[in-house]
Design a binder for this molecule. Structure first.
Ligand SMILES: NC(=O)c1ccc[n+]([C@@H]2O[C@H](COP(=O)([O-])OP(=O)(O)OC[C@H]3O[C@@H](n4cnc5c(N)ncnc54)[C@H](O)[C@@H]3O)[C@@H](O)[C@H]2O)c1
Length: 318
């Protein structure tokens, strides 16, 4: 029998990521119960949701009848927040001892068939789910890309004790929210997107450290170059489409490809010491200065362009 559509979600810990998830769930018309131990957390959450709502609306992400406050309830404890939940999104601090203790409590209090998802960036489900005495098989990774209310990607993985069914239900839930979940077939530290970013950052720092290009030019090399296509199709499909008529299958082994692999062996590893850190910070300050030295305006312009791009991507045939 199919699991019922999810209507009641719990958000446990409502900092940067938890607040943004709350906006997503409310905008898609779910009933949300949230909890966070910080003083003033409820007011902060309601302010964050209100501030994020217009962007959700502009993207067409607000379901008919959804409201930023009518379906949001703040609970006094994580146990109370999850007592009636069908899906739990945990967003507590990135500390293994804390996550394990939190999941022990969530597992004890949530209905037996509720999915428990962690937003964790670096801790794996296998490290967490051992703390769940009742139903470790329903614990999954649901790692968003910040901010979850704008960026569609969610990385989903099971741990050693997770069932395939729990992973499928999480993937289906995120899809129904309008997100774009990907499935990690096995756990790896940092998941996929952050590892890809880390690989790029490593070479970006290396190119600056070895005097190849300025900070601004390394940024331009991506934002005015391959980054434009990567936002549309990703590295593999772009490679396929730029590999001539035969595509990616005919590329490997050819001299051009051998040159690419030779470059892999030439990529640098670097540690950011005080000198390199200063050089990059100064370079970024110069870049901002060239844009009027107004950080808030740059963030606003970036997010407006991002919304326009997301709208275009949503309208394009898949
Ligand atoms: N910030 C990002 O870019 C990002 C992106 C993806 C995933 N994540 C992951 O999301 C999670 C939260 O990150 P964040 O950036 O929102 O952190 P944050 O510091 O903004 O929020 C953490 C929240 O947890 C609450 N908290 C503290 N102790 C708690 C406890 N014992 N029980 C319940 N709640 C508690 C705090 O009051 C705070 O509101 C982390 O696991 C992180 O790895 C972060």
């Amino acid at each position: 029998m199919d699991a019922p559509a999810i209507q009641r979600a719990a958000v446990v810990a409502t900092g940067v990521i938890g607040a943004s998830w709350t906006t997503v769930f409310l905008a898609r018309g779910l009933d949300v119960t949230a909890a966070d131990p910080a003083p003033g957390a409820e007011e902060a959450l309601r302010r964050a949701v209100e501030a994020q709502w217009p962007a959700m609306d502009a993207m067409g992400g607000v379901a008919p009848g959804a409201s930023p406050d009518r379906h949001l309830r703040f609970a006094a404890s994580p146990e109370e927040a999850v007592a009636d939940a069908q899906f739990v999104q945990e967003n507590g601090p990135e500390r293994l001892d804390l996550k394990r203790e939190l999941f022990r409590r969530l597992d004890g209090a949530a209905p037996a068939n509720a999915i428990l998802a962690t937003s964790s960036s670096t801790i794996t489900v296998s490290e967490i789910q051992g703390a769940c005495a009742r139903h470790p098989e329903r614990v999954v990774l649901g790692h968003p890309f910040n901010p979850p209310h704008l960026i569609p990607l969610v990385e989903v993985a099971g741990g050693r004790a997770t069932t395939a069914e729990a992973v499928e239900r999480a993937l289906g839930f995120y899809r129904a929210l309008g997100k774009h979940p990907i499935h990690l077939r096995r756990e790896v530290r940092g998941h996929v997107a952050n590892r890809l970013q880390a690989a790029l950052w490593q070479e970006a720092f290396h190119l600056v450290a070895t005097g190849v290009a300025s900070v601004a030019d390394v940024d331009a090399a991506i934002s005015h170059g391959p980054g434009l296509r990567w936002a549309l199709l990703g590295p593999f499909l772009n490679l396929h489409l730029s590999g001539g008529q035969g595509g990616i299958g005919e590329l490997f082994g050819k001299p051009l490809w051998q040159a690419t692999e030779a470059m892999w062996r030439d990529l640098g590893t670097v540690s950011v010491d005080a000198e390199l850190g200063r050089e990059v910070a100064d370079g970024v300050a110069e870049e901002l200065l060239a844009r009027g030295d107004d950080r808030e305006r740059v963030v606003r312009q970036r997010d407006q362009a991002l919304l326009a791009l997301l709208r275009l991507k949503a309208e394009a045939p898949r």
